[in-house]
Design a protein around this ligand. Structure first.
Ligand code: ADE
Length: 246
């Protein structure tokens, strides 16, 4: 996959190299291209922003020209890649696991990181997707782009080195992941549930499913409404409600 990032602050992306993306890059799964669109500005002072028409408005807007020209340049370099052009915007639909699963199928992702009050409205003609990472306003789209890139890259086959962890992800399966334990069996008086030490695979499967249902009920009950519940799940949910240990 090729990732292009349009930003005024390319240096912000250096931390991404350390984490999961570093692994993906080392394995040759992804190439990242950073574009400082300010450098594409056609005015002498290399301004990337200006005041909005109409006056009396809060702040500056990113100019369309440097962004359009950068996208044109990328398009010329990569005409054949199946791509998405993603604008980071706090007013857009909130990014979720489903979007991450969609994005990982593409050959190229192009992120436009907004700054200041936003972008000139005409920039939206360039984009295929507008995405927010939550209902709060950051100083720019850079952190949001990093969040999305991380969520997408870990779905790439071979990046995590453990395909089970992706399939069992909270949100991928429609249920939150059950509680997990590692060594020791007892820590400060807190014990690992007996069943997990039993070696009985069927009992463990049932325990995991029930705890996963319990956690989803507690934390994200709306997720259950979307799930096709099996007879086994219905029985477990009835037990969970009956014992009121939600
Ligand atoms: N830019 C500023 N805030 C943002 C947010 N919450 N999501 C995406 N882009 C943003």
């Amino acid at each position: 996959m090729r990732i292009d990032i349009l930003t005024l602050f390319p240096e912000m992306f250096s931390s991404l190299e350390q984490a999961i993306l570093g692994k993906a890059k080392a394995k040759g799964l992804v190439d990242i291209y950073l574009h400082n669109f300010q450098e594409m500005s056609d005015n002498k002072q290399k301004h990337a922003d200006d005041y909005p028409y109409g006056g009396e408005s809060a702040g500056m807007l990113l100019l369309p020209q440097p962004i359009f020209d950068t996208i044109d340049k990328i398009q010329k370099e990569t005409p054949d890649l199946k791509k998405r052009v993603i604008l980071l915007d706090p007013t857009a639909q909130v990014f979720n696991q489903q979007k991450a699963e969609e994005f990982v199928k593409e050959e190229q992702l192009i992120f436009i990181c907004g700054r200041y009050e936003g972008v000139d409205e005409r920039v939206r003609f360039l984009v295929s997707d507008e995405v927010s990472i939550g209902d709060y306003v950051l100083t720019g789209g850079e952190l949001a782009a990093m969040v999305i890139i991380d969520a997408v890259m870990r779905l790439f086959p071979g990046v995590l080195g453990n395909e089970r962890s992706v399939k069992c992800d909270s949100y991928s399966s429609g249920l939150l992941e059950e509680p997990q334990y590692t060594r020791p069996k007892e820590f400060r008086g807190l014990k690992v549930p007996e069943v997990l030490l039993s070696g009985d695979h069927e009992k463990i499967r049932k325990w995991r499913l029930k705890e996963s249902l319990r956690k989803t009920c507690q934390r994200r009950p709306k997720m259950l409404e979307k799930l096709a519940l099996t007879a086994e799940m219905k029985k477990m949910l009835a037990e969970i409600f009956h014992t009121k240990r939600i």
